[in-house]
Write a protein that binds this ligand. Sequence first.
Ligand SMILES: [Zn+2]
Length: 292
Amino acid sequence: MSSAFSSSNCKDVSCPEGETLADFKRAVMTPDAMEFEKLEAHCDGGDYLDPQDNGGKHYPVKREKADEYFYKCIDRVVRKFDEAVDAAGKLVVKNREGVYVTDPEQGLDYGTKQCVGKDNKPVSGNENRAKCKVINALGAEMHAVEDFYAHSNWSDKADPNKKIGVENPPGLEKGTELPGFLDVYQVSKEVGNGKRVEDVSKLPEKLSTGCWVYSGKDDPHKCDGRISERKTMQKDTAGDSRSKIDNGKNFANVLTAAGDDVFRQWKGFDKAVHDRYGKDKGDAIMKAVAKD
Ligand SMILES: [Zn+2]
């Protein structure tokens, strides 16, 4: 799913605008175009059901194994965030008056160039510009964050009219609440201080995504007896079956949480840039990243 900056309130920080915003939205879609089968790019692979919710039977995947996939996703999100903060430092230079301005070699003239093309793939030749590095890295980061809500049971509710099980796993019912383990600004800070993602983030016991069969690559029976992402768990569109539960509230909550979290990530990026580069350079960087 993708909805970068759709429901954001950008009073306190400068959010992407104009051509930059359009470029950003394409960058958020890049993982679907380039890394469709990479589970951690979409926060996938962590399906799990407690035996008490599975008719007393053990689920084919262990809780620890499911957690591993979530941690891989969080780990990638942190690395992409850090990549963006690193690249941002190269985007501005001091001019002769000592004022920070966009380095023309590192910025982008949208009259002739863009970071991500209409096919949602990075435009070759531009990917080494600092502005594109920031946009590409944050796009990948935000994609996984949004997919977390669409592909897991964090926000949602199970169908109250059906028995709990593989075809109707419990929802964590967090609604529009944002988890601390995706507060990437904070997690990145702690990881920077030498902690592991696993130590920083405690995952809820019944957190789950769904299982996905990649045709031509996976055993077609891989997901037998497991929660299916496609048929059961996903809430990528309003038409997905789990989206419709609670009169569509499941989908509405996913959309709100994903949109709010994209804004949280952006604010975190703004804070991390200012922590690292200070007020003057940080302000110039944010302007160079967000405006055309
Ligand atoms: Zn995805």
